[in-house]
Design a protein around this ligand. Structure first.
Ligand SMILES: NC(=O)c1ccc[n+]([C@@H]2O[C@H](COP(=O)([O-])OP(=O)(O)OC[C@H]3O[C@@H](n4cnc5c(N)ncnc54)[C@H](OP(=O)(O)O)[C@@H]3O)[C@@H](O)[C@H]2O)c1
Length: 271
């Protein structure tokens, strides 16, 4: 994919196309939901912010993280009974101390959603862009995923969901480190899922794979099947409720995922 886009180009639609419309008119709150406390990592904007809002609307207490303290504090001020702002940089050496603090403030953590991520087009193959991407999407991701797994295991169970990308299913000439780092995340989560299957406690791992979500991360032009961050959050919590291993956002992006994986190499190289 050398077209300078994060997603394959086609006709542009402003929102979810009406081909398979899914409408969420109410806040879903399954009767059997055991999620009362959650940490949303990367909740200062986009998908993470809406996931935190939806969890709070369900009555959960949510620790929200990210670097932009002003945004997190504003969220906490909206509803101090439900949000706890824990601002920090996930790539900093003391990141786990902040996560420990968030977990302590909640008492018990039922759900951890990892949304923090970065990536950019890299037409000049500037290593600084790739290194920054790898620092967050690979190094910090690994440390955070391992901490989440260990924390939930020590508690006797829980759910860890991480936001990867459809872009992780094939290499990208436009953003090589972004696509490769998302491939790493997808593979790492499969490893944790295999591990969790051998545990004697209820430990669930969900790989959330968005296509195009209308956030600051959605760069370039020619996007299609665009999901709002609110609907992305609903798909995420629905997947968590159903304990799914993989959730495409929106679900029709599974088709693009399959297409990318099965595309002959010669055709992929021409894109
Ligand atoms: N939007 C899409 O079309 C799309 C498609 C596929 C996958 N995704 C994935 O979805 C996830 C969420 O992105 P988004 O679309 O919601 O974009 P976004 O609004 O830019 O959210 C990114 C989040 O990551 C946090 N973050 C970035 N660097 C961080 C750092 N060093 N330490 C801690 N937090 C950091 C940001 O908070 P601060 O800046 O406050 O730190 C922000 O809360 C990302 O992993 C992205 O790769 C998005």
């Amino acid at each position: 994919m050398n077209s300078g886009r994060f997603c394959p180009p086609t006709r542009q639609t402003p929102t979810e196309s009406p081909v398979f419309p899914i409408r969420f008119n109410t806040v879903p709150m399954p009767k059997n939901s055991t999620i009362q406390q959650a940490i949303v990592i990367g909740a200062s904007s986009g998908i993470g912010l809406e996931t935190a809002r939806l969890l709070a609307a369900r009555g959960c207490r949510v620790a929200v993280t990210g670097r932009r303290a002003d945004r997190l504090n504003a969220l906490q001020a909206e509803n101090p009974a439900h949000y706890r702002a824990v601002p920090f940089d996930l790539t900093a050496p003391d990141a786990l101390e902040h996560l420990e603090s968030a977990a302590r403030q909640l008492g018990k953590v039922d759900l951890i959603v990892l949304c923090s991520g970065t990536g950019d087009f890299n037409p000049e193959l500037d290593y600084r862009i790739e290194a920054q991407t790898n620092r967050l999407n690979i190094d910090a991701f690994t440390r955070t995923a391992d901490w989440s797994y260990r924390t939930l295991k020590q508690q006797g169970g829980g759910h860890f969901a991480a936001v990867t990308s459809v872009m992780g299913l094939r290499g990208s000439g436009a953003a090589p480190a972004y696509a490769a780092s998302k491939a790493y995340q997808i593979n790492y989560l499969q490893g944790l899922q295999q591990r969790a299957a051998h545990e004697t406690i209820p430990l669930y791992i969900t790989d959330i794979r968005p296509g195009s979500v209308q956030t600051d991360m959605m760069k370039g032009e020619g996007h299609f099947w665009i999901t709002s961050p609110k609907d992305a959050a609903r798909y995420i919590l629905r997947a968590v409720d159903r304990r799914k291993t993989v959730q495409y956002v929106s679900p029709r992006w599974r088709l693009i995922g399959q297409l990318l994986q099965n595309l002959p190499g010669w055709l992929h190289r021409k894109m």
